[in-house]
Ligand binder design. Structure first.
Ligand code: NAP
Ligand code: HSE
Length: 417
């Protein structure tokens, strides 16, 4: 029998316990052993729960219990969870976690510490087995690009906003459905997607970057005008996580993105996630499934438990010696290139277009298309640019924003064709 201690019996923890019970015989057959949760750790012992297991508030009752074989960390957060997981590893427990925030900051330290199996399938894209796909299934490939919708809450919000619904209402609904993080600004601010992207990038490229090192923008500034514009021009707006290897550099970025409606990833709606991986041998493979929610996440957590129960020991990040012969480095944010959509609200005056076009040209930015929409008392100018560098567009936007006929904050969204 494999005995489990779960630290965190919330949305995911309860779903893990429930599904281990529901599919008990099948899981036993697949794992080759019976799997039993013998203890859970929570903050509040008086809270009503859907499952009935012995509970404690002291994580050491689990991490130091000689009976427990696997510690499953489902409490969330970074530093406290790090202490819990370190304590478990120091007491020779195998560890399973769904905690992408923890891994975004401490994955390389944990890899050093982990002498027993350490699995984290649920940390990226909920029910999609993307870690196993990237680490094991695609291990023969040099990874050229990873691009995906990796936050279910944001995709749910963007999908519902397209139906005309209000941002705040939909966010509240995503929280009630158990999709959002305890602090939902992690979702809408793009940080949760960034945590996941960093995990994928370590497996693909051995890149040890932190969230602070990469470009992260959320969906808070997307409004109905942007969504209408996207529709009119055959685009969808998606929060994407993108990792691209270009020569010896890797660019990592998370931001709302305009993608052609005809692309497969553009059709991914609601809480669903999708990740495209381009390898040099397999070429493009794509993974689709529910990205958040108790059951979807429990499916991934339990698969890790089964993997460990079977006795399989994988190198945590998928390699035993450094991945690349030439060391890859992180591309500086300023040097990242993209196409942009700009929305600029201006007073209807002579010379407006000329001045904006001149600033764009001086910053090396070429206009691909342009549209003008008169509104009540002002004009909305919509530009699509050719590819330019992050530092060029930021400088141009700053300069245009200062022109006295510009009447609102300039909005921009990157375009991926
Ligand atoms: P949740 O519903 O907020 O549950 C967290 C659980 O951890 C609760 O039982 C809480 O206890 C317990 N806990 C928190 N801090 C604790 C502490 N200091 N000491 C003891 N217990 C503590 O969170 P969740 O949605 O299940 O998410 C858990 C983890 O899975 C997070 O890392 C999250 O990012 C990750 N994840 C979630 C999803 C999802 O769709 N929800 C998907 C993938 C990954 P109380 O119940 O007493 O408050
Ligand atoms: N809050 C996360 C999301 C949970 O919405 O994608 C799954 O990691």
């Amino acid at each position: 029998m494999v005995k489990i201690g779960i630290v965190g019996v919330g949305t995911v923890g309860e779903a893990v316990i429930k599904n281990l019970e529901k599919n008990k015989e099948l899981i036993k057959a697949r794992a080759g052993k019976e799997i039993k949760v013998i203890k859970g750790v929570v903050r509040n012992l008086n809270k009503k729960r859907l499952v009935n297991i012995p509970l404690t508030t002291d994580y050491k009752d689990v991490t130091r219990d000689p009976e427990i074989d696997i510690v499953v960390e489902l409490m969330g957060g970074v530093e406290e969870a790090f202490e819990v997981v370190k304590d478990a590893l120091n007491h020779n427990k195998a560890v399973v976690t769904a905690n992408k925030a923890l891994l975004a900051y401490h994955r390389f330290e944990l890899e050093e510490l982990a002498k027993a199996p350490f699995e984290y399938e649920a940390s990226v894209a909920g029910g999609i087995p993307i870690i196993k796909a990237l680490r094991d299934g695609l291990s023969a490939n040099q990874i050229k690009e990873i691009k995906g919708i990796i936050n279910g809450t944001c995709n749910y919000i963007l999908t519902e906003m397209k139906k005309g619904r209000n941002y705040e209402d939909v966010l509240k609904e995503a929280q009630q459905l158990g999709y959002a993080e305890a602090d939902p600004t992690f979702d809408v601010g793009g940080f949760d997607a960034a945590h996941k992207l960093l995990i994928l990038a370590s497996i693909a490229y051995n890149i040890d970057a932190k969230p602070e090192d990469i470009l992260i923008e959320g969906i808070e500034n997307i409004n109905l005008t942007d969504i209408e514009f996207a529709k009119e021009f055959g685009y969808e707006i998606k929060l994407l996580g993108i990792a691209k290897k270009i020569a010896s550099q890797v660019e990592l970025r998370v931001h709302p993105t305009l993608i052609k409606s005809s692309q497969m990833i553009a059709k991914v709606e609601g809480v669903m996630n999708a990740i495209s991986v381009i390898g040099d041998v397999a070429k493009e493979t794509m993974y689709y499934g529910p990205g958040a929610g108790g059951d979807a996440t429990a499916s991934a957590v339990i698969s890790d438990i089964i993997e460990i129960a079977r006795g399989n020991i994988n190198p945590m990040l998928g390699y035993k010696i450094p991945l690349e012969i030439e060391k890859l480095t992180l591309k500086p944010i300023d040097e990242i290139e993209s196409k942009y959509y700009l929305r600029i609200a201006v007073n209807d005056e002579i010379g407006v277009l000329e001045k904006i076009a001149s600033i764009l040209a001086k910053n090396n930015i070429s206009i691909e298309s342009f549209l003008q929409k008169p509104r009540n008392g002002f004009v909305k100018l919509l530009f699509a640019t050719h590819k330019c560098k992050e530092k060029e567009i930021k400088k141009a936007i700053n300069q245009i924003q200062k022109l006295n006929f510009v009447i609102k904050q300039i909005n921009y969204i990157r375009i991926e064709d």
